[in-house]
Design a protein around this ligand. Structure first.
Ligand SMILES: Nc1ncnc2[nH]cnc12
Length: 434
């Protein structure tokens, strides 16, 4: 009886999937993104926020987003507070511009609300649907490269260098070795079509590192810390200050294009697009995103967004919202299993992220490399994401180069009004706001 209810709500058979596959997919996605439960509080607490409260807010905001996305939009896409957005919150808005973290939370709320309004009035759909195919391909590949960059940094394979910006890290370090081993194992298992390859890789590396003494078993269960220090602490009046307008706009801009890029990339990979290359329930997906961002700001975390790591579950066969619901439930359970969840080290998820990057970079094969006016913007969009550490900047640079190259080549028929408007807005932003 209950099974048929699940079957009917998520339309499992229609999507060529079943409950077992969806649950494995949900666990897989959760394992690839569980690092955020610990990384987010450590970044946001540098702005003065309470670590334990942000830990709880992170789990709850993620759960809210995943449950709305799963139950209402029926997509296998999970949400959590976004990397990049959290760094902008702490290092840009609070430490850089000197705003209080309460006002910064207010700005996160307002940008989420504006995002919601853009969704209601379908302006956002117009923006997303007018993205040319080559930019979509470049965006999907760029997100893959951005993900690879996060993984390579987290595991110390790529390190900062004053002269060259980046350099190879010490590959004899355990973290780098575990990340590479995980990547090799996951790639081989996936090639051999082993179900849950990504999950097996993450858990295997976690177990091995514990056995060899490179990772501590931190216990299993504990009660969640108090959320009181950040709950409803957002300062809306402070965020409404005229000076904060550019901050609200920056959060909105990054979230809108981060989310658009992620949804396109993930949906492309999961075959979730319709025959016109559009995401059928994109409005609902966007509202899950903006709703979770508003809830997250009230709970005490920076912008919550759709996660590229969802691709890991999609590769494992996840096709419906049941996958996202499983992720949401696991985030709720994490509240009580913080020591266990904390035992999965970043180097164990790095291999999985690298594997997802390989798959996402595959969209480069579909670009038209014989037409330089199409190929150049693909490269710019893809390359800019890891190098600027931002999905949104990559999209902005991709649009500007697409419009400029097409116009200078006299290929005006390839330009539509939305592309021209967006290219002008992005140019103004890149020149005057950054
Ligand atoms: N900002 C972001 N956007 C999409 N996926 C992410 N995964 C981690 N951070 C992300």
């Amino acid at each position: 009886m209950q099974k048929s209810l699940i079957e009917r709500h998520f339309k499992l058979a229609e999507h060529g999937t079943n409950a077992k596959t969806e649950i494995i997919a949900g666990i897989t996605t959760f394992l690839t993104m569980a690092y955020i439960i610990f990384v987010n509080p450590s970044i946001l607490s540098e702005s003065g926020m309470d670590y334990g409260a942000v830990f709880v807010a992170t789990c709850l905001a993620s759960a809210v987003g995943c449950l709305i996305m799963g139950l209402w939009a029926n997509y296998p896409i999970a949400l959590a507070p976004g990397m990049g957005l959290n760094a902008f919150f702490t290092y840009g808005v609070v430490m850089g511009m000197g705003y209080s973290w309460e006002a910064a939370l207010g700005a996160v709320f307002l940008s989420g609300f504006t995002f919601f309004l853009l969704s209601v009035f379908r302006i956002r759909e117009w923006i997303i649907n007018s993205i040319p195919m080559s930019l979509r391909l470049g965006i999907a590949a760029g997100i893959g490269l951005f993900l690879a960059m996060i993984a390579l940094q987290n595991s110390g394979i790529v390190v900062a260098n004053e002269a060259t910006y980046v350099a190879l890290g010490d590959l004899s370090e355990p973290a780098a070795l575990y990340a590479l081993l995980g990547f090799f194992v996951i790639t081989a298992l996936a090639h051999l079509r082993v179900t849950g390859a990504v999950m097996i890789g993450i858990l295997g590396i976690t177990a091995l590192s514990m056995l060899l003494g490179h990772n501590e078993f931190g216990g299993i269960v504990s009660m969640p810390p108090s959320i009181a220090p950040t709950l409803m602490q957002l300062d809306l009046a402070g965020a409404l200050d005229v000076a904060m307008l550019s901050v609200v706009f920056a959060f909105l801009f990054v979230d809108l294009f981060d989310t658009s890029g992620t949804l396109i990339g993930v949906a492309h990979r999961g075959g979730l697009l319709d025959k016109d290359g559009k995401l059928p329930r994109i409005g609902r997906a966007m509202m899950a995103d903006s709703g979770a961002s508003m809830a997250g700001a009230a709970l005490g975390t920076s912008t919550t967004t759709s996660y590229i790591e969802s691709t890991a579950g999609i590769i494992s066969g996840g096709r419906t919202g049941l996958t996202a619901v499983v992720v949401g439930v696991l985030f709720l359970i994490s509240l009580f299993f913080s020591p266990l969840a904390g035992s999965i080290p970043a180097f164990a998820t790095a291999g999985a992220l690298l594997y997802v990057a390989v798959l996402m970079a595959g969209s480069l094969a579909h670009a038209d490399w014989n037409d330089a006016t199409e190929a150049a913007p693909v490269l710019i969009a893809a390359l800019a994401m890891p190098l600027t550490f931002s999905i949104a900047e990559g999209i902005a640079l991709g649009f500007v180069s697409y419009a400029a190259i097409k116009a200078l080549s006299g290929r005006f028929r390839d330009l539509n009004p939305a592309v021209v408007v967006l290219a002008l807005v992005f140019s103004a932003k890149l020149l005057f706001l950054d």
